[in-house]
Design a binder for this molecule. Structure first.
Ligand SMILES: Cc1cc2nc3c(=O)[nH]c(=O)nc-3n(C[C@H](O)[C@H](O)[C@H](O)COP(=O)(O)O)c2cc1C
Length: 381
C-alpha cells in the first residue's frame, strides 16, 4: 500500500466522518480550544483513527516488577492519559540481555503478556489507543542487569557515565561486536516481542530506532565499524533497521508499526559523522514504499542543527512522505504553530505528559499546565 495515499491532510474528512460514528471517543468540551490544530482527527489507516493530534511520547518510568513485567500501577498510569490521540509506552525490552537501566519492563517472555493486557484493557476501556515501544539498547545494556556483556555492531564504548543502581554508579561497558550469524536471532527478538504485543492487545508497535540505542548504533558510522553485510557501506548500515521494520510489519500488517529516529544524535556519546545524513535519507526513501504508520522524531530539543540543515523534525519532513510525529521540547503554542504549518502531523509530549496526566483536557480547555521538574519522575500517577 502506498503511504502517500494515506497522507493525513487528505484523510481528515474521512477521519471526521468515521469519528462521528464512533461513540467511544468522548467530546470533552463545547468550547473551542485555543490549540485547535491539536484537535483534528487523523486516520492512520487500517481502521486506526486518532481523535486528536496529541501523542504520549515514550517515557521510561523504571517501575517494572521483579520479572520485568509492567508494574501494577501501569494500567492506571496509561489509562489516565487515554484521551491522547495515541499513547506510546515506555521503552519495552525485547530481551533481558538488553537491560541497561533499573526496572525497565519487557515483552521478551510470555509471562509479560498478561500484565500488558491489563494495561491495554484499561486504556481501551477509556476509549484510548496504545502502541508498545520495542527496545534493544545494544551497547547501553549493562551486565549488572543483563548478566552478559552488552552487544553492539562494533566494540565501540560509550564512555559517558549513564546511571545509578542502588546508590552505585555504573559506567558503560565495552560491548561485544555481534557475529553475523547472530543477526537473524536479534531481528527475531523484535518479531517475537511484536507478536506478544499483539497477544496483549496493543494497537501497534513503535520500533525504538532513536536515542543512540541498537538500531541507531547500526545506522551511524561512529558506532558501526563493520565490514560485512551489516556495515561497511550505506546499504550495509541500513540492513538491520530495515530488517527489524520488515519483521514487525510481518507480525502486524500495514499502518500498525511506527519507527522512532534521531536524525541528529542526541543521547549519550553518539556522534554525527559526515555521510550520516545520506544514510538517513536512504533509510527514509527505502521506508517510503513500506506501509508504516508513522515516523517519530526522537530528540530532547527539536532545535536547528547546522549538520542536518534545520531541526530533526524538519529533516524528517523533508525526506519522509508519510505521517510524522514531531517531538522535542515542544509546548502547546509551538505544537499549534507547527501543526498549523504542517511541519508535522502529530505532536508527542513527554515531560508535559508526566507532569499533567490530564494534558489533553487542559489543552482542550486552555487551562494552565503544571511545569515539568525532574523530581516529578518520582511520581507515578
Ligand atoms: C523520564 C524520561 C524517560 C524517557 N524515556 C524514553 C523512552 O523510554 N523511549 C524514548 O524513545 N524516549 C524516551 N524519553 C524521551 C522522550 O520520549 C522525549 O523524546 C523527550 O522527553 C523530549 O520530549 P518532551 O520535551 O516532550 O519531553 C524519555 C524522556 C524522559 C524525560
Amino acid at each position: 500500500m502506498n503511504v502517500r495515499a494515506q497522507h493525513p491532510h487528505r484523510s481528515i474528512k474521512a477521519a471526521e466522518s468515521q469519528l462521528s460514528a464512533c461513540c467511544t471517543i468522548s467530546r470533552m468540551s463545547a468550547q473551542p480550544s485555543p490549540y485547535a490544530a491539536l484537535f483534528h482527527p487523523l486516520d492512520l489507516g487500517s481502521g486506526l483513527v486518532l481523535p486528536n493530534r496529541v501523542v504520549l511520547a515514550p517515557c521510561t518510568r523504571n517501575r517494572a516488577t521483579a520479572d520485568l513485567g509492567p508494574s501494577e500501577g501501569a494500567a492506571d498510569y496509561y489509562a489516565a492519559r487515554a484521551e491522547a490521540g495515541l499513547l506510546i509506552t515506555e521503552a519495552v525490552l525485547v530481551t533481558r540481555q538488553a537491560q541497561g537501566y533499573l526496572d525497565t519492563p519487557g515483552l521478551f517472555a510470555d509471562s509479560h503478556v498478561p500484565g500488558w493486557a491489563r494495561v491495554c484493557d484499561a486504556v481501551h476501556a477509556r476509549g484510548g489507543r496504545i502502541f508498545a515501544q520495542l527496545w534493544h539498547t545494544g551497547r547501553i545494556a549493562h551486565s549488572h542487569w543483563a548478566r552478559v556483556q552488552p552487544v553492539a555492531p562494533s566494540a565501540v564504548l560509550d564512555p559517558i557515565l549513564r546511571r545509578q543502581a542502588g546508590g552505585v554508579e555504573l559506567y558503560n561497558e565495552m560491548p561485544r561486536a555481534l557475529e553475523a550469524s547472530e543477526m537473524a536471532g536479534v531481528i527475531d527478538l523484535f518479531a517475537q516481542a511484536a507478536s506478544r504485543a499483539r497477544a496483549a492487545g496493543f494497537d501497534g508497535v513503535e520500533i525504538h530506532g532513536a536515542n543512540g540505542y541498537l538500531i541507531e548504533q547500526f545506522l551511524r558510522q561512529h558506532t558501526n565499524r563493520r565490514d560485512d553485510a551489516w556495515g561497511g557501506s550505506l546499504q550495509g548500515r541500513l540492513r538491520f533497521a530495515l530488517a527489524v521494520v520488515q519483521a514487525c510489519l510481518n507480525e502486524w500488517g500495514p499502518h500498525r508499526v511506527g519507527l522512532r529516529l534521531s536524525p541528529f544524535p542526541d543521547f549519550g556519546e553518539m556522534r554525527w559523522t559526515a555521510g550520516d545524513n545520506e544514510t538517513y535519507i536512504a533509510l527514509l526513501q527505502a521506508l517510503s514504499s513500506l506501509p508504516l504508520a508513522y515516523v517519530h522524531t526522537g530528540i530532547t530539543q527539536d532545535l536547528p542543527r547546522a549538520e542536518i540543515d534545520g531541526t530533526p523534525s524538519q529533516f524528517l519532513r523533508r525526506h519522509w512522505p508519510g505521517v510524522l510525529i514531531g517531538n522535542g521540547g515542544h509546548n502547546p503554542q509551538t505544537g499549534q504553530a507547527h501543526l498549523s504549518a504542517r511541519d508535522f502531523d502529530l505532536i508527542s509530549f513527554g515531560r508535559l505528559f508526566i507532569a499533567n496526566p490530564d494534558l489533553v483536557a487542559r489543552l482542550q480547555q486552555g487551562q494552565p499546565l503544571r511545569d515539568y521538574h525532574h523530581d516529578l519522575v518520582k511520581e507515578f500517577r
